[in-house]
Design a protein around this ligand. Structure first.
Ligand code: ZN
Length: 427
């Protein structure tokens, strides 16, 4: 593991140079899986000069050949983490001691972008176990930074407030919707979340920005409650890497010595800045399970121009959806998240579920079910109007009681609310 602490501020040419050397290293010592792929595609590893000369790796490849991706002896494994498996089976990722160091370095750097520093106390409200990589990354990253950590986890709100009041953390790491949940609970307890004196919130798991990089509805709700203290971050288990906003909040910075990020179209052709496509990652300096051109399934765009903060690292926009959730309604392409963002802030909307079914003429049929105690015309019209303005679509709208929606969300004993239900034919 080599650290390039100041690489973000290097010139684009120098960054490219470092990435080229690290790519060479990656191709030089890789797993059984990639040795086979190289052989099948007649690739001579020592002739590869650019990442886009290499074939893609899909989630399906990783799932099917999971342990063939291991590039070290089994006894070099120190930790095993896994993806959540919300879309398909979980994939296991084995990490060496070097990988754990790399993970800490990665997260330390991400926190640095937010201005976190020695002396800060971070309240970590996300889970630290259950094979979840991010909890370990925050913990080790903050310690590496010289900050202090309180590993609270996703406890109930009473416990959260109690610890916040007693420990007075300067910062929090949480999922945006959990912050909202806390804000609502604070309201009931007659606490103003702004009085908690939290100076920084690093938010993971859901996007709080829209395509223009401004706060989306979820971000606005969190900021209304806690103030303008939010930083968006995106992490991916398979890549053992995170992307994070700096103080400019104009995209999420990558760590150029840990990952090569591309955004590609349907046909796998790399896209230019601002063009929307799938995020593809090639991991650098990973020992255990390195990945080459891994198609994440996450949809975003890239920004290569230097950031006003002075860093020259590639940035990505917010994740606007998962590739497999893409909807096509009468020629308009969008993701369920866009629909959610258009309605989640509306008054009297208690809960909702979006269902996609196969429609006619290559169009999807999208039914939006809203849970509310209101069902009058003005309420319906308000929802439709917002969808037209913010999502450019008019799905079928059904209004039900919040209880009935709740039953749909947890139908069949789902552990996590199924906000997007996909019953489209997959052929
Ligand atoms: Zn920046």
């Amino acid at each position: 593991m080599r650290f390039f602490d100041s690489i973000d501020f290097s010139s684009p040419a120098d960054i490219k140079n470092v990435q080229g050397k690290l790519l060479e290293e990656l191709i030089g010592r890789t797993s059984l899986y990639y040795k086979d792929v190289f052989r099948q595609n007649n690739i001579a590893p020592n002739e590869i000069k650019r990442v886009d000369e290499l074939p893609f790796t899909t989630r399906d490849d990783l799932q099917r050949h999971n342990w063939d991706f291991l590039a070290v002896q089994r006894n070099a494994i120190r930790e095993i983490v896994s993806t959540t498996g919300t879309t398909g089976q979980p994939q296991f990722i084995a990490m060496t001691e070097g990988d754990i160091d790399r993970l800490a370095y990665n997260e330390q750097r991400s926190f640095t972008y937010t201005g976190a520093k020695e002396g800060d106390l971070f309240h970590i409200a996300v889970t630290g176990d259950n094979l979840f990589i991010a909890g370990a990354a925050y913990y080790r990253g903050l310690i590496r930074l010289g900050a202090a950590v309180a590993r609270v986890g996703p406890q109930n709100t009473i416990r959260q407030f109690d610890l916040i009041e007693k420990l007075r953390p300067s910062a929090i790491v949480a999922v945006p919707s959990f912050m909202l949940h806390m804000a609502r609970a604070a309201n009931e307890l007659k606490i103003d979340p702004k009085d908690l004196n939290i100076k920084k919130a690093v938010l993971i798991g859901e996007s709080i920005r829209d395509m223009s990089l401004r706060s989306n509805a979820l971000g606005e709700l969190v900021e209304e409650a806690f103030g303008d203290i939010c930083y968006s971050t995106y992490g991916i288990t398979e890549g053992q890497v995170s992307f994070c906003e700096c103080g400019q909040k104009e995209g999420l910075h990558s760590h150029p010595d840990l990952v090569i990020a591309e955004v590609v179209d349907e046909a796998g052709v790399p896209l230019d800045d601002g063009e929307i496509g799938e995020l593809v990652l090639t991991t650098l300096q990973i020992e255990g399970m390195p990945l080459i051109r891994y198609k994440t399934g996450d949809i975003t765009f890239k920004i290569t121009e230097p950031c006003k903060c002075g860093r020259n690292s590639l940035r990505i926009g917010p994740i606007i959806g998962r590739k497999m959730q893409r909807l096509k309604i009468k020629g308009v392409t969008l993701y369920p998240k866009t629909i959610e963002n258009a309605i989640c802030k509306l008054k009297d909307v208690v809960n909702y579920q979006i269902e996609a079914a196969t429609g006619e003429n290559h169009s999807d049929r999208v039914i939006l079910r809203v849970g509310s105690l209101r069902a009058d015309k003005a309420f319906r019209d308000g929802i439709i109007e917002n969808l037209r303005a913010k999502a450019r679509v008019t799905p079928e709208l059904e209004i039900e009681s919040p209880d009935s929606i709740n039953k749909r969300l947890y139908d069949g004993g789902a552990r996590k609310a199924v906000v997007f239900k996909d019953v489209r034919n997959k052929d």
